[in-house]
Design a protein. Structure first.
Ligand code: GTP
Length: 362
């Protein structure tokens, strides 16, 4: 089975970090999301992946030199400045996917621990045109919601319903198996939404099925989700990590350090802190519940709590960065500045005064 990874969106909800990297390259516990996906495909014995990208994303991925994990990779590119949407991107990859067998489609921005062979099995048993992996959540209103009949057929599929109008708590987990007949349902050469245009038509024709799974699932659509997934995975993986840090540093597990991290005396790291490659942390710093991307420097007596700090950021001395703050790449924060809560700073900005209320600095 071939896999198509949808990766040509703009990740607008993840700004300012997505201004300078596509969503699929966001590091999760110091490993790009795409790398996690490649590893999962290989584990499921899938040998060929097609990346549905835009030009910018393709360039970023190639520069990043992610390990292919023995996968054969091909690119299918949306036309410049004309995103094709989730359906249009599938149609664009028609030749690469071929008409011989069903194929797997993954939203590039999700993390889903499911067995691809099992969803394929349901798909084949039901002779479906499309089978959607469904996951139960407490609030389905941010997602596409499915109502299932007894035989796993999807009776109704509604995109982002009001909470009280959601027909169930089973949401579209962003993993599908599609049969080649799907291409007939997608008009060529224009933007098409799989979820809003194609799935409702398949529901009417009784060709859409669901596969409910209960493994770990998360999408990283919003910054809160990004912090949360780092936190969850830190909890499950990071305790096995070995690192060498000076004896005068206090580590509260779980934490993760990439290569080249240096930390000054009397600094407290954790719980739930991810420090990327070559991050430099001064003395008497406190970092908890935060993700710090590679190459950033945090100077003495500063603190970060509940925040995401981009690449190559320079944080002066005595700076306080509070809950929900996000700093884009190459931002500079001068000494003694406080960013209280939900302050979002665009890449390369310099901040010399405190910001005490939620605000976007562009
Ligand atoms: P937001 O702007 O924050 O909503 O993000 P998005 O558009 O990147 O994400 P959305 O959740 O709407 O898309 C689901 C998946 O489909 C993501 O992995 C996107 O990268 C991908 N995707 C969305 N639109 C397109 C598109 O026009 N072309 C391609 N090739 N992929 C797309």
């Amino acid at each position: 089975m071939k896999a198509l990874i949808l990766a040509g969106g703009f990740g607008t909800r993840l700004r300012p970090l997505s201004c300078t990297r596509p969503k699929i390259l966001f590091p999760i516990v110091n490993k790009p999301l795409l790398q996690w996906t490649f590893e999962r495909l290989t584990k499921n014995k899938i040998e060929e992946a097609i990346l549905a990208v835009n030009l910018q994303t393709e360039v970023f991925i190639k520069q990043h030199r992610i390990s292919r994990c023995e996968l054969h990779i091909a690119y299918s590119r949306d036309p410049v400045k004309k995103p094709l949407g989730t359906g249009g991107a599938i149609k664009k990859a028609e030749k690469l996917l071929g008409h011989d067998t069903s194929f797997l489609v993954l939203n590039g921005d999700i993390f889903a621990d499911l067995n691809y062979r099992e969803i394929l099995k349901i798909h084949e048993e039901k002779n479906a045109a499309a089978t959607i992996a469904l996951h139960e959540v407490s609030d389905p209103s941010r997602y596409g919601v499915a109502e299932l009949a007894n035989d796993n057929r999807i009776k109704k599929f509604i995109e982002k319903p009001l909470r009280e109008e959601a027909p169930s708590n089973l949401i579209n987990a962003g993993v599908y198996v599609l049969s080649p007949e799907i291409f007939k349902y997608i008009p060529k050469g224009r933007k098409v939404s799989l979820e809003r245009e194609v799935f409702p038509k398949l529901t009417e024709e009784k060709k859409l099925y669901g596969y409910v799974f209960d493994g770990f699932w998360m999408d990283i659509g919003k910054l809160e989700d990004y912090l949360k997934i780092n936190k969850i995975l830190l909890g499950s993986f990071a305790n096995q990590q070995k690192y060498k840090i000076g004896s005068k540093v206090k580590i509260k597990k779980p934490v993760a350090f990439d290569k080249g991290v240096s930390i000054g005396e009397k600094t407290v790291i954790g719980p739930y802190a991810v420090l990327g490659r070559n991050v430099i942390v001064g003395k008497n710093v406190h970092i908890q519940n935060s993700v710090i991307l590679p190459g950033t420097t945090i100077s003495d007596f500063s603190s970060a709590n509940g925040s995401v700090i981009g690449e190559n950021v320079i944080i002066g001395k005595g700076v306080k960065i509070g809950e929900g703050c996000v700093l884009g790449d190459h931002v500079k924060v001068r000494d003694n500045v406080s960013l209280a809560r939900r302050v979002s700073v665009c890449p390369a900005k310099e901040i010399s005064e405190s910001v005490l209320t939620p605000k976007s600095i562009i």
